[in-house]
Design a protein around this ligand. Sequence first.
Ligand code: PLP
Length: 444
Amino acid sequence: MDSTADRAPSHLFYQTRQRRPLLERAEGVYMWDASGKRYLDGSSGAMVVNIGHGNPNVLAAMRAQMDKATFGYRLHFETEAAEELARRTALRMPEGLDRIFFVSGGSEAVESCIKLARQYALATGQEQRWKVISRFPSYHGSTLGALALTGTATMTQPFAPMMQEMPKIPAPTCYLDRDNFSDEERGRRYAELLREEILRQGPESVLAFIVEPVGGASTGALVPPDSYLPRIREICDEFGILLIYDEVMTGAGRTGRFLGVDHWPAARPDIMALSKGFAAGYAPLGAMAADGRIVEAVLDAGGFVHGYTYAGNPLACAAGLAVLDELERLDLPANAARRGESLRTALEGLMDRFPFIGDVRGLGLLQAFELVSDRDTMEPLPKELNAHARLVDIAFDKGLIIYSRRTRGGHKGDHFMVCPPLIVEEAQIDELIGLLGDSLEAFA
Ligand code: PLP
C-alpha cells in the first residue's frame, strides 16, 4: 500500500505541498507508516517526545483522567491534575520560581512570559520599560509576540510591518570565532554585548532579556561557555532587567539535567517558558514558571490580564504529570547525559569519514552537527545545494528522522539536530549512527 496514496490535501499548507507518509503507530524510539516502513525517530519529532512514543503509564493516566473530566474552565474549577502538576513542576524549578501558569505550547508560554514581565513593570511603577532584548540566531515561537523576539530573518521578515521591532544581540556562535580568547573570556565578551545593547537602548526602557540557555534548532544546539549565563545574570541585576529563559526545548531532561539552567545554577532566571518534552507530545501543554514576587506584585495590582481557554486543561495536565513521573522514575535526564556522551563521540567519529562535517556540538541528547564546504574556515555549503533539506530527505528514505535548519547568525549554515528520545539505548544509538553514516554517504 502506498502510504502517501490519494488523500485530500486539506491541511497541507505548510512550507511545501509535499505529502508526508501516513503515520500508523509509534512505540519507544520507533515510528511506522501505513506501508509498514519503520523509522528511527532521531529527533523526537521536533525535540518533543522525550520519554519515547506510546508510554503505557502515560496512556493509562490519560485514560483515567478522561473517565473523570476532560475539560473544566479555569475560572470555574480547579482540577487535581493541574494543581498536582503545578506543585510537582515547582519542585523542579530554580528556587523561587514556584508559580506555574499552564498554556498549550511553547509560543504561548513565551507570550505569557513577556506579558507577565510587562505587567510586573506596570505594577511596580516602571511603565517606561517595554523592550525585550533577545538574540540572533534564536527561535521563540510563531505567534507575533514570540516572533518579534525570534532572531531568524526568514521567519520574521514577512511580518516585520506587523510587529514591534525588538533589539537583538548576537548569540555566542563561538565555533565560528577564529581568535585566541579562552572560552571563559569569549563567554564574557558575548555577555558584554547585552550590557552594550542595554546602554544603547537606554536602561530605563529595557524590560527583559530572553535567552535559550542552550540554543535550539535555530543555532544547532549552541552551548554557551560557562562564563556566559552567570555574567548575563549579573548584567540584568545591574539594570533591574528581568531574565527570561526559554526552556521550551531544553527543559524536561533534554540536556542531561532536568533544566538547561541546572548546568549553571548561579544564573537563575526570573521567569521561564517550558513546553515540548514537558508533556512529551502526549498532549498540547506548556507552562510559564515565575518568581513569586513578580506574580504577587501583578496580583496586587489587579491581576494578570492574560489567559487561554485551554490553559490548565485537565487531560493535558494529567499527561504532563504522568510524563514527569516517567522522567523521574526512569531517571531520564541521567540517561540523556550518558547516551548524549556516546552519541557525541559517535558523531565526532563521523567527522573522520566525512570532511564536510564542520562541527559537532550540544549537551546531553540535544546534539547537532553542521555541514560546511571547508572545515578550517567553516565556510558554509552553497545555498543552492539545499543541503539541510536534501540530507533530511535521504535519511528519511533510509528510515531515520533528523531535523534541520539553515541559519547561523549573520552567516548561513546547514545544521542538523540529532536528538532521539531520552529512553534511547546504546544499540539504538549505534543503529542511528549507521543510518546517518549511510545517509551522509549517499549525500556526498
Ligand atoms: N521556544 C523554543 C526554544 C522552541 O524551540 C520552540 C519551538 O520549536 C518554541 C519556543 C515554540 O514552541 P511551539 O512550537 O510549541 O509554539
